[in-house]
Design a protein around this ligand. Structure first.
Ligand SMILES: *Cc1c(COP(=O)(O)O)cnc(C)c1O
Length: 222
């Protein structure tokens, strides 16, 4: 199936649910992104800041760029002029750095707190305690140019549906807890980014609002 057919099929599956599609374009050339754009995709996810910064000027201005991979603080300035959402917020230091660079461009950058939900140790992300500590700090409250809009997580790479359900449910639980304790009056805190090519359907039934899908659209990255 073509890129357009895959996008339309997934959009149809998501219709009537709370979830929207972030098309994950990492490693793919700009021509493929253009095909996805022509098929109606507007939210694009990349995992490397350099790669995203190289592709961004080649694409239409209404693309909403989501960074989904780890962002080192010294790379924040690469993406600050244009990034819509950094889905991989894992420290106060990163928030501070994004805030500083967003300010110089007169922008507000959205961020999702990334949580560690997988069994694999090598996957990154915060614990609930670490997130609470960031959110309770005076320093966080002073940031004017970053706005937290929700949470993100990467589940264990497995076909075990019970396991996946548990991890997605855990992330939704974190979201609800943070919403109640820190964002009760902030409707903008509303996103739960979970689900990839292999598990997005399950993630949607567990409350995902953003699915991040690459290989089910473009084929395997080889
Ligand atoms: C690559 C990637 C995806 C998309 O993975 P697919 O299995 O190709 O859909 C989603 N989220 C993150 C964080 C990724 O790095």
């Amino acid at each position: 199936m073509s890129i357009a057919e895959n996008i339309h099929r997934i959009e149809n599956e998501l219709a009537g649910t709370a979830a929207r599609l972030v098309v994950v374009t990492k490693t793919h050339p700009v021509e493929k992104l253009e095909e996805a754009y022509a098929a109606g995709a507007r939210m694009f996810g990349e995992n490397r800041p350099q790669e995203m910064a190289a592709k961004q000027p080649q694409m239409p201005a209404d693309v909403e760029w989501h960074l989904i991979g780890q962002l080192q603080t010294n790379k924040a300035k690469l993406v600050a002029p244009f990034v819509h959402t950094v889905q991989s917020i894992d420290s106060l230091k990163l928030l501070r750095e994004l805030d500083k660079h967003a300010a110089t461009h007169g922008r507000v950058i959205n961020g999702l707190l990334q949580f560690h939900i997988a069994q694999e140790e090598n996957k990154s992300g915060l614990s609930l305690d670490e997130a609470d500590e960031i959110l309770a700090s005076d320093e966080f409250r002073q940031l004017q140019h970053v706005r937290l809009t929700g949470v993100m997580g990467v589940a264990t790479f497995t076909r075990d549906e019970a396991r996946l359900r548990e991890e997605f449910g855990q992330l939704r639980g974190y979201f609800e807890q943070l919403k109640a304790t820190h964002f009760a009056n902030e409707p903008a805190f509303c996103e739960i980014s979970m689900g990839m090519s292999g598990d997005y359907a399950l993630a949607v039934t567990e409350g995902s609002t953003l699915v991040r899908v690459g290989s089910a659209i473009f084929g395997s990255r080889g």
